[in-house]
Write a protein that binds this ligand. Sequence first.
Ligand SMILES: Cc1cc2nc3c(=O)[nH]c(=O)nc-3n(C[C@H](O)[C@H](O)[C@H](O)COP(=O)(O)OP(=O)(O)OC[C@H]3O[C@@H](n4cnc5c(N)ncnc54)[C@H](O)[C@@H]3O)c2cc1C
Length: 381
Amino acid sequence: MNMEFGWKPEQEEYRRRIRQALDDLLPADWYEKWVPQSYACDENVEFSRQFCAGLAERGLLVRHWPKEFGGEGGEDWEQFILAEEMKGAGEPRGGQYMNVNWIGPTLMRHGSEAQRAEHLPRLARGDTVWCQGFSEPGAGTDLAALRTRAERRGDVYVINGSKIWTSYARRADFCFLLARTGTGRKEISVFLLPMNTPGVSVTSFPGLTKDGHLNEVFFSDVQVPVTARVGAEGAGWQIITDALSYERVGVPRYHVGLAIIDHAIEQLKAEGRYDDPVMQARAGLVVAKFEAARMLTYLVVDQRVKRLPATTDANVARVTALDAVNDLMNFLADFVPDCLAGGHPLLEEYYRINVPAGITAGTYELQLDLIAQRGLGLPRG
Ligand SMILES: Cc1cc2nc3c(=O)[nH]c(=O)nc-3n(C[C@H](O)[C@H](O)[C@H](O)COP(=O)(O)OP(=O)(O)OC[C@H]3O[C@@H](n4cnc5c(N)ncnc54)[C@H](O)[C@@H]3O)c2cc1C
């Protein structure tokens, strides 16, 4: 398949404007104080409201959305330019990257008129925080095993159960919630649940990713109107399959990885230590893998822009990026063990988030399963 690798002048201009906005909107101590405390912590999530509102005012937040929903009818490439620049700055959008990437587009496709009217302008303004209520104890990779139940009683549903690992839940205004509405394995529905509804409670627990990512959400006789359900009852599986397809290539990890390896090489050169051929070969391998991840990601975006059917290229892109990050971390541990001191300002957060990066949105092993079965046609099991 032919691919066009050059950026258009208007895309370069869009990137330049995003960089200018980062200069204007980020506090002077962003890299020293804010980035190390994790983009999911309460303070950063609150900052994301102000930051994303600033991006929205400049017409930069949802440019790839259709005009009728507050965007400029841009292409998926613009979503990736934004994602690269945001990731390269330590993701100041916090959890609002989900709003832009998949929550908004999913509501455009499956939401009722009233849901679109209520939520899309707020998402496009950049001041609303959402959390994703999918995983439960015992229902992660096997999401269809979820047990949180929504029982219809007249004009309301009554929700009982719990979610786990719900990033941003403590500060979220709404939850994009999956709950069981029937007895069949995939009889699941989606609800747009205000987090301040009586009966919703959140507790947090500690972990490598620092505060803000790891929460449990409990639902005790939570009542939501029937109008909070997205699509038909039981249509949740199709809706989240669509939603996750917007996230197929996910986060541009290669963008930060390349900046960190460049920084490490500069550090080694400055110390007069970059003359070891083994070190150079290992660095070359890291760069080559990140570049491969970048090209695979661009291939998937290109397929998406051309409305071609989804393939396992997205899974290959993700696995390649995760492998490249591991190679980078091994390189740093072997040759630049003091890299946290004076190293790249995103390195610590990048390291912390790399561990769950192979877990969230489909584990590393699951990606390999999908490549084996769907891409290579190998038998299950
Ligand atoms: C930091 C962090 C943030 C998260 N944020 C959210 C969030 O905001 N919202 C949300 O809903 N969820 C969130 N998650 C949850 C995440 O989506 C799940 O952890 C993930 O789906 C894996 O599910 P699990 O933890 O139940 O592990 P399991 O599914 O039990 O997997 C355990 C191990 O078994 C392997 N395994 C399981 N099934 C297969 C298979 N079929 N083939 C091969 N290997 C398999 C897995 O690869 C893994 O190594 C988050 C997780 C983390 C770590």
